[in-house]
Design a protein around this ligand. Structure first.
Ligand code: CP
Ligand code: NVA
Length: 336
């Protein structure tokens, strides 16, 4: 739902929060003597954020809980087994009741319609922590990671003034694998930011109509090349990205999916034969299985997966500060 200006604003804010918060997190003995200690904004002071998670999570939950602490507030984890939602209570009642006691809802749901329903009836802002269609906070972390590693794509990219988000040259981004929530947010984001997206997914697993309608509505379709051939997708790529072939809730389809995605594993061989750029880099949202990417790539020098996981925290912290702390996602965004 964010405009490109808002996305860039959130990224710049994430980068600033990271620079300002990291010295606080160093053990005192190892902290550089001249480290400037500036407390992050305490916009969640005396506030509680509800983490309404009906599916498992490591990164998203950790990012939400740890960044709430740094913003001076508290995150309250409400798992599927903990509350009445889905068993004895509707999303409508749940949204209203949580909104009466908390100042924001970060929700990980099954069907996307569930989060639409929560957002419709919540008196406080609702942020998507993953749904069947979308995973928006993941793409913000991916983008922050690409900005920080921009010199790998273009060593001539000018230096940004200290503390400011380094600029990112236009990239060719390849995605090879399942057309699931992570890819869907890439589809509505990368073309709007001037990057080219090349996707390889088996015909049967193309993005569902509701997702593709949004892609067209945002005029992103013109910036996307879609093929069933992984080699075609990685051609000339600066970045290669994949996700699990078996998303949460699809465990019963495992055998069928492993068969359908044969030949889609990201490997050095695939990217060499397909003609990816010599210095291509690799991203994966995690959790990872070796089906979709082999160990050589995942643990190798091209892989940015752990900095990417770390950046879930700073991007979610920026969103929590702006959306739940200040209720103003437009802070610092130029009109238009
Ligand atoms: N990438 C991601 O969303 O991971 P978790 O499921 O562990 O939160
Ligand atoms: N597509 C994956 C993403 C996990 C972060 C899933 O939905 O399980």
């Amino acid at each position: 739902d964010l405009t490109p200006a808002q996305i860039n604003r959130v990224l710049a804010h994430s980068y600033a929060l990271k620079q300002q918060s990291l010295p606080w997190l160093e053990p005192q003995g190892t902290r550089p003597k001249d480290a400037k200690l500036r407390l992050p904004p305490q916009s969640l002071f005396n506030k509680t954020i509800a983490l309404l998670f009906s599916k498992r999570s490591t990164r998203t939950r950790l990012a939400a809980e740890t960044s709430s602490v740094l913003l001076g507030g508290r995150a309250l984890f409400l798992g599927r087994e903990d509350i009445q939602l889905g068993v004895n209570e509707s999303p409508r009642d749940t949204a209203r009741v949580i909104g009466g006691m908390c100042q924001g809802i970060f929700a990980r749901v099954g069907e996307h319609a569930e989060i639409e329903e929560l957002a419709k009836y919540s008196p406080v802002p609702v942020l998507n922590a993953l749904s069947s269609y979308w995973h928006p906070t993941q793409i913000l972390a991916d983008l922050l990671t690409l900005h920080e590693h921009r010199h790998l794509f273009d060593p001539k990219t000018p230096q940004a003034p200290a503390g400011l988000l380094p600029p990112l040259p236009p990239l060719t981004v390849a995605y090879v694998g399942d057309s699931a929530n992570v890819l869907h947010d890439m589809l509505v984001t990368y073309p709007r930011l001037g990057h080219k997206l090349q996707v390889a997914s088996p015909e049967k697993y193309r993005a569902p109509p509701a997702v593709w309608d949004r892609v067209v509505e945002l005029e992103c379709d013109k910036g996307i090349m879609w093929t069933a051939d992984p080699k075609e997708a990685v051609h000339n790529a600066d970045v290669v990205i994949t996700d699990t072939w078996i998303s949460m809730g699809q465990e019963a389809e495992k055998e069928e999916r492993l068969k359908a995605f044969e030949g889609y594993q990201v490997t050095e061989k695939l990217c060499k034969e397909g003609g990816a750029k010599p210095n291509w880099q690799f991203l994966h949202c995690l959790p990872r299985k070796s089906h979709e990417v082999d160990d050589e790539v995942f643990f190798g020098p091209r892989s940015l997966v752990y900095p990417e996981a770390d950046n879930r925290k700073w991007t979610i912290m920026a969103l929590f500060d702006l959306l739940f702390g200040k209720w103003n996602l437009n802070e610092g965004v130029a009109p238009g």
